[in-house]
Design a protein around this ligand. Structure first.
Ligand code: AMP
Length: 283
């Protein structure tokens, strides 16, 4: 495994791999890697691709009062995980490498970026889209792997790739959970043991919604109300939103038809958590 910090080095490595007939897969991350990230890397490897992992805590997707400064950066551990999971190339650029003086471009996916998390974190998805577009331009992968854990991000990145005619396959991968149901997240380290316990309300409420849909519930309003009730009944869980939407357009649904995304955001203590259940191929 090679680890590089410069854009020119990534290009050189990727060019050499392509010349040797390899296809390329990109796994964009902010580091503080866990099993969720590892699953994306394994998907890239299972597709037989040169597995490129980017580690970059992207400053432009954090709001002024968010956790950019204290976001975990266990670089050595991250490199160990990448090595163990068979990554071929790690790209860990500095902010100056990604945003040199004079940098002036922002990519914004209208509408989809304004809903749900976007309404609570203005500008967040503009930062995400801009950095993802840059990473796609730098690595030029055949496929890029994203987690369904961040379902809104996945929908927005798919929209961006389609709108900009990017020649890349955007692959969504299932959410990896702790044995008790908590969705894995780099931010889970912020939770105290008591908060960690309270946080289970999110996955528990969503698991019930999933069962309800699979049992035939098609009234989106009812699903939303039930998820919200369960979250509000949990101690120390401050609900930010419950959304029952089309997973591709993120438009609110009145009725569930062939697909649905039930997504929640809540604060548990000072930590903001998101989780969702995504169902396709219903009927
Ligand atoms: P992050 O480092 O949090 O920006 O996440 C990098 C990528 O890993 C994103 O595509 C996330 O959706 C994905 N990811 C994060 N947590 C999980 C999880 N629990 N299961 C699957 N993918 C995840």
């Amino acid at each position: 495994m090679k680890a590089v910090e410069r854009i020119s080095e990534v290009r050189q490595e990727v060019r050499a791999a392509r010349a040797a007939g390899r296809r390329v897969g990109l796994v964009p991350t902010m580091g503080a890697l866990h099993e969720g990230h590892a699953s994306l890397l394994r998907a890239a490897r299972a597709d037989g691709r040169l597995a490129v992992v980017s580690l970059f805590v992207n400053p432009t997707q954090f709001g002024p009062n968010e956790d950019f400064g204290r976001y975990p950066r266990p670089v050595e551990r991250d490199l160990d995980l990448c090595r163990r999971e068979g990554a071929d190339l790690v790209f860990a650029p500095s902010a100056a490498e990604m945003y040199p003086p004079g940098f002036a471009t922002t990519i914004r996916v209208a509408r989809l970026s304004e809903k749900m998390c976007g309404a609570l974190r203005p500008g967040h998805f503009d930062g995400v889209c801009t950095v993802v577009a840059k990473l796609l331009a730098i690595v030029q992968p055949d496929a890029a792997y994203f987690g369904e854990k961040d379902a809104q991000q996945l929908a927005i990145v798919r929209r961006m790739a389609a709108d900009l005619d990017l020649v890349v396959e955007i692959r969504g991968c299932p959410t990896v959970r702790e044995p008790d149901g908590l969705a894995m997240s780099s931010r889970n380290v912020y939770l105290s043991p008591a908060e960690r316990q309270r946080a289970l309300a999110l996955s528990a409420a969503l698991a019930v919604a999933r069962e309800d849909v699979l049992a035939g519930e098609r009234d989106a309003g009812k699903l939303a109300t039930q998820v919200r009730r369960r979250l509000e009944a949990a101690e120390g869980v401050d609900v930010q939103y419950v959304a029952v939407v089309d997973p591709d357009t993120l438009d609110d649904l009145a009725r569930v038809e062939d697909k649905v995304l039930v997504a929640v955001a809540a604060k548990v203590g000072a930590t903001r958590l998101i989780d969702n259940v995504l169902l396709r191929g219903l009927n």
